[in-house]
Design a protein around this ligand. Structure first.
Ligand SMILES: Nc1nc2c(ncn2[C@@H]2O[C@H](COP(=O)(O)OP(=O)(O)OP(=O)(O)O)[C@@H](O)[C@H]2O)c(=O)[nH]1
Ligand SMILES: [Mg+2]
Length: 234
């Protein structure tokens, strides 16, 4: 589907891919995939890039997801592979830990239909009470750092739930791993794509976190600085 037809308002759930990295999420994967199935009437394509040793992949396949197996090499390696494997004109990323509201998939699709290139779920707008305090403080700081580099206020650069018009994914070369989530917002904003942040609710995680907050935080700061400076010098 071309951008012109998209702007004419013709996107449906048949045009949607929902993608995620999955790493030992057997406690949450069933709920997340059932939510997607219910909300999209089973019409969205679902892609899981999986590095699990538990039953995650099996459960995902039972729910009709396309499962791509990959050694666990970090968030960004998995999510980049998932984004590139998606085949539909609109691609939504999420985590597989039941933190993000799949009930909002229709709103995200509608915003892309309106003409936005990227729609980014802002977890901090409503306070993100379910987020550990350290993560909340870190995420606020990451957003401020990215805003300073971009010269434009962005509010949540590390959210895992976003919708992308497919051509944005294809036109930009993605380089980061733990910081991929920030890169996926910073580069489109810096390049003048139409990016919209929308407030979303954020739930407490089901299952264990896969990210060490200190190592992860340091990697995200490095990514924001690297990507922010690269984009300024482009
Ligand atoms: N395939 C794959 N998936 C991964 C890897 N690391 C993380 N993930 C998945 O990527 C998503 C994000 O990881 P999370 O552990 O939720 O990280 P986070 O959202 O920063 O931290 P939480 O507060 O714990 O939610 C989850 O769905 C993970 O299962 C990996 O190395 N390989
Ligand atoms: Mg998560």
């Amino acid at each position: 589907m071309t951008v012109a037809t998209a702007e004419a308002g013709e996107f449906t759930f048949d045009d949607l891919s929902v993608v995620m990295g999955t790493y030992n999420e057997e406690e949450a994967v069933g709920t997340v995939l059932s939510d997607i199935e219910r909300v999209t009437d089973g019409r969205a394509e679902v892609v899981c890039v999986d590095g699990s040793t538990d039953r995650t992949a099996e459960i995902a396949r039972e729910h009709g997801a396309r499962v791509i197996e990959q050694e666990p090499r970090g968030y960004g390696v998995a999510v980049r592979a998932a984004l590139l494997a998606a085949q539909r004109p609109v691609v939504v990323t999420t985590d597989c830990d039941d933190t993000y509201p799949m009930s909002r998939l229709g709103d995200f699709l509608a915003q892309i239909e309106k003409g936005y290139d990227v729609v980014s779920g802002d977890r901090l707008y409503h306070g993100a009470d379910a987020m550990p305090a350290l993560n909340r403080a870190g995420n606020c700081a990451f957003a401020l750092l990215a805003s300073a580099l971009l010269g434009e206020r962005v509010h949540d650069v590390t959210t895992g739930m976003r919708a992308y018009r497919r051509e944005v994914i294809e036109k930009i070369e993605w380089t980061e791993n733990t910081g991929l989530s920030a890169e996926l917002l910073v580069r489109p904003v810096a390049r003048g794509y139409d990016v919209r942040e929308v407030p979303i609710e954020y739930r407490e995680r089901t299952g264990e976190t896969k990210l060490d907050p200190f190592q992860g935080g340091a990697a995200i700061v490095t990514s924001i600085l690297t990507v922010g400076l690269q984009e300024r010098l482009r």
